[in-house]
Design a protein around this ligand. Structure first.
Ligand code: ADP
Length: 451
């Protein structure tokens, strides 16, 4: 396959802008798609061409496969970049792209399907020698089986949805009595959110860190890890702040986990950029939890410490190029932190705040990168995710990265809608955060419980 001449970006917001920029740098023409609510969106204006694919609600536009494929055919796009969310991990969409002669910039439909089902992914990884969280081998078929597995691995246990994502369909059980109820609620939540009620069991790991490895695999069987990210700062199992490298990962552990992650990905037939997520407990044990078959929100922290442009790598790999470098060529320099700024009101349980941006002055200066599609006067539509900007800070070390992030957030002027900048400032000032003592219950235990 030769170089792409034109790429359609099946997404919106900051990630659509990020991909359009990569296309421009590679001299590839870009096609934006937009909903009627996004006529004036930045990504719509930034691309070389833009096509409306339907009304505001995602189901009618950004998830509307026939309209998106038609847009690609009409504009003559050779490839589609799905970004994250929407259709990024939809195997059916990847398959339809392929059958229309459009390259899907991501893994094969088969790999997406294998990894998208988390119970199946656990099995594949177990067989490849990747440590997984103790739990059921495959989905739970009846309550008796669940009770047996839970008894064997020990309480507390977590009921998780096979098609889970965004922390939904997950329920904790401390006793056999809770378990029956947890299964029912997880099942109905999973059915409502993903149209699949299947659940599986995992031992609940107490106070773990969320450590994930960025992977790049070409279509010629070569794979590398591009360091790890620590995403332990979460609210309701959703990431808020990410950093790289992890303060808890030594050079030796990085190498060990990284090589295992690459092995697991290759065993799953994985290609393109992907992320393998692990939980790391206090004793240094690590367990696979899932693999994300897409570019992730937090990819910039990895880019800043390695100098690798992950989105351009995705495009290069999809063009059939070889990686062209080895594991030992990838070097980590300094430290990077990302804060996800959402238009939500932390005072009102993070209620989304659509509305008009009346004043907008993003931070700049040494070591600061901002990924956003906002501009002054922009009206945030009510239909989509509430993340409106990512502020990423690089420093020679963690202390400098934190200092720069604090400086940047203080500079950031974002008016018109309530947002999470003040909340992030609290996290950055927290003594435990500053020491790098962060676990997935950090927000609950060290921030919200203190208020
Ligand atoms: P999702 O796909 O919904 O994001 P994940 O499996 O990636 O779900 O888990 C999201 C978060 O939930 C993890 O980062 C961690 O904080 C928590 N979590 C998941 N599995 C476990 C577990 N077995 N023990 C403790 N916490 C867990």
């Amino acid at each position: 396959m030769g170089s792409f001449k034109k790429v359609l970006i099946a997404n919106r917001g900051e990630i659509a802008v990020r991909v359009i920029r990569a296309c421009k740098e590679l001299n590839i023409a870009s096609v934006a798609i937009y909903s009627e609510a996004d006529r004036d969106a930045y990504h719509t204006r930034l691309a070389d061409e833009a096509i409306c694919v339907g009304p505001g609600p995602s189901n009618a536009s950004y998830l509307n496969i026939p309209n998106i494929i038609s847009a690609a055919m009409i504009t003559g796009a050779d490839a589609i970049h799905p970004g994250y969310g929407f259709l990024a991990e939809n195997a059916n969409f990847a398959e339809i792209c392929t059958s229309h002669g459009i390259k899907f910039i991501g893994p094969s439909p088969g790999a997406i399907e294998r990894l998208g089902d988390k119970a199946t992914a656990r099995k594949i990884m177990e067989e490849a020698g990747v440590p997984v969280v103790p739990g059921s081998s495959g989905p739970i078929t009846c309550v008796e089986e669940a009770l047996e597995v839970a008894h064997a691995i020990g309480y507390p246990v977590l009921v998780k949805a096979s098609s889970g994502g965004g922390g939904r369909g997950m329920r904790l059980a401390h006793h056999p009595d809770d378990l029956v109820k947890a299964i029912r609620t997880a099942q109905s939540e999973a059915e409502a959110a993903f149209g699949n009620a299947e659940v599986y069991l995992e031992k609940f790991i107490e106070e773990p860190r969320h450590i994930e490895f960025q992977l790049l695999c070409d279509e010629h069987g070569q794979g590398v890890y591009v360091g790890e990210r620590d995403c332990s700062i979460q609210r309701r199992h959703q990431k808020m702040l990410e950093e790289a490298p992890s303060p808890a990962v030594s050079e030796a552990l990085r190498r060990e986990m990284g090589l295992i992650a690459v092995r697991g990905a290759l065993a799953a037939g994985y290609t393109n950029a992907g992320t393998m997520e692990f939980l790391l407990d206090r004793f240094g044990n690590y367990y696979f939890i899932e693999m994300n078959a897409r570019i992730q929100v937090e990819h910039p922290v990895t880019e800043l410490i390695t100098g690798i442009d992950l989105v351009k790598e995705q495009i290069r790999i999809a063009q059939g190029e070889e990686l062209g470098y080895l594991q030992e060529d990838i070097k980590i320099r300094g430290h990077a932190i990302e804060c996800r700024i959402t238009a939500e009101d932390p005072e009102r349980d993070f209620l989304p705040q659509p509305g008009q941006i009346t004043y907008f002055q993003p931070p700049m200066g040494p070591g600061i990168r901002v990924e956003t599609a906002l501009y002054p006067g922009y009206v945030i539509p009510p239909y989509y995710d509430s993340m409106v900007a990512k502020v990423i800070a690089w420093g020679a070390d963690r202390t400098e990265a934190i200092a720069r992030m604090k400086r940047a957030l203080a500079e950031f002027q974002l008016e018109g809608v309530k947002n999470t900048i003040p909340f992030h400032q609290k996290v950055l000032d927290n003594a435990f955060f500053r020491k790098g003592e962060v676990y997935t219950n950090f927000i609950q235990r060290r921030v919200l419980a203190e208020e």
